[in-house]
Design a binder for this molecule. Structure first.
Ligand code: DPN
Ligand code: ZN
Length: 435
């Protein structure tokens, strides 16, 4: 025991000495400036999601219903056309889309799942909405609205390609109207390890009720914080989604012990006079007078509420899952057809006391080779690790940079990343700033 402690102590002393000598070098001054200026250290602002683009999706769902017997109920042609619409938009934006057939559903059909391939695969945040409606009508507020704010957010994320600190997975559910069947099927299909990777599930069901209120599922939870912060910033004073408790797909995740939240504007329950005073609208009338009726069309849309949900989702994605660095699209491309390493981003500001994920991938390596990744010495108090630590050509690794609260402050500090295979070695430089 004592012997181990002593050895560890010596190793620590050696490490400190090494770090100290490195730290005396004029590192920041001696290195070239990065190719692009550093962005502000604050988290990048979330994008403004276009409500017109969201409304264009609603129009498509309306036309799908109109040409398929007036509804989009699970198991119907209108549902299948809704799946195709969402899937084709996602695929065109670069997503790999999975259709999971809910075989236990009353009307077997597809859950649509799309994951943005950035950030650690074992730290997932999910955003979901039911894609099915009832047979009474086109189901535009219930729930083309949730489906569309989600779809547009997925498209915006694919367009912006920010650096990710968490993995974002979107889902559109089958068979919600028959008892949350699609989402229940999905959750039951996950192993306990896969369930454990999901750090939160956010649900969007009826987010454009014409006489609606601003409701948040599990209003006071930590998971709801970004959704609440956004609506608070608009002065909306959101309330708990009492009417919707246990009635939508977040319940399937809640039952599996996964933290949940979500936005809703309300269904058949009636607006109180206090709520009408606060939010406007008609006291004593339902939040959505067309709930599960044939009049749930594109005329049954509250564009202001729709916009506020669309933007709040972006706010949540950017605050929960997006890093502080700019990611040049595609990273650094190799200049010639010889083995190289690319990173995205090519530099980053890491706030002390936080971690940041950088994607590293080999380019132009002989097929099938295994490439081991390593990094040169980091500044004092900064650690760098790769997961996985080796990749094959065509794969990518996440390089996590962790700065302790007392890490050395550096600007433009070069970290050399080395890739080594059985026949080749290549390096690239990553420029680190700490703040
Ligand atoms: N959106 C309702 C449905 O899918 O039928 C369920 C619900 C009702 C959700 C009330 C929230 C509030
Ligand atoms: Zn619904």
């Amino acid at each position: 025991m004592r012997r181990t402690t002593l050895t560890a102590g010596l190793a620590l002393a050696a490490a400190v000495a090494l770090t100290a000598s490195t730290a005396t070098l004029p590192a920041a001054a001696a290195v070239p400036a990065p190719a692009v200026p550093a962005p502000a250290a604050a988290a990048l602002a979330a994008p403004d999601v276009s409500v017109a683009a969201v409304q264009a999706h609603l129009t498509q769902f309306q036309s799908i219903a109109s040409s398929n017997g007036g509804h989009r109920r699970a198991g119907s042609a209108g549902y299948r056309a809704s799946v195709s619409y969402v899937k084709s938009k996602l695929q065109a934006a670069g997503y790999t889309v999975t259709e999971q057939t809910c075989t236990s559903c009353t009307y077997p059909g597809s859950n649509v799942i799309a994951e943005w391939p950035g950030g650690p695969s074992n730290q997932v945040v999910m955003f979901g909405a039911h894609l099915d409606g009832v047979s009474a009508g086109p189901g535009i507020n219930d729930n083309a609205s949730g489906s569309s704010v989600l779809l547009e957010n997925a498209l915006v994320l694919a367009r912006q390609k920010p650096t990710m600190t968490k993995r974002v997975r979107f889902a559109w559910w089958n068979g919600e109207e028959q008892g949350l069947q699609g989402s229940k099927f999905y959750v039951n299909s996950l192993s306990s390890t896969q369930k454990g990777y999901i750090k939160g599930y956010y649900n969007f069901d009826m987010v454009s009720s014409t006489n609606g209120g601003y409701f948040i599922n599990r209003l006071t939870s930590t998971t709801s914080a970004p959704l609440k912060a956004y609506w608070d910033s608009l002065g909306l004073s959101p309330e708990e989604n009492v009417e919707g408790q246990g009635r939508s797909d977040d319940y399937s995740f809640q039952q599996a012990g996964i933290p949940t939240s979500g936005y809703a504007m309300g269904a058949s329950a009636r607006k109180t006079s206090a709520q009408a005073a606060k939010w406007g609208g008609t006291a004593g009338a339902s939040y959505d007078p067309c709930y599960h009726r044939s009049c749930d069309t594109t005329s049954n849309v509250n564009a202001t509420g729709l916009n506020r949900s669309a933007d709040g989702i972006a706010y949540a994605i950017w605050n929960v899952a997006v890093g502080t660095a700019v990611a040049p699209v595609g990273g650094v491309a190799a200049m010639a057809d010889e083995p190289a390493l690319a990173t995205s981003p090519i530099y980053a500001i890491v706030n002390r006391g936080t971690s940041l994920a950088v994607q590293v991938w080999p380019q132009y390596w002989p097929a099938g080779q295994t490439i081991a990744l390593s990094a040169s010495a980091a500044p004092s108090g900064v650690s760098v690790s790769f997961s996985p630590s080796s990749v094959t050509s065509g794969g990518s690794s996440t390089m996590t940079i962790t700065a302790s609260p007392t890490a050395e402050r550096v600007g433009g500090y070069p970290i050399t990343i080395t890739g080594t295979s059985s026949t080749t070695t290549a390096t690239t430089k990553f420029w680190l700033y700490t703040s």
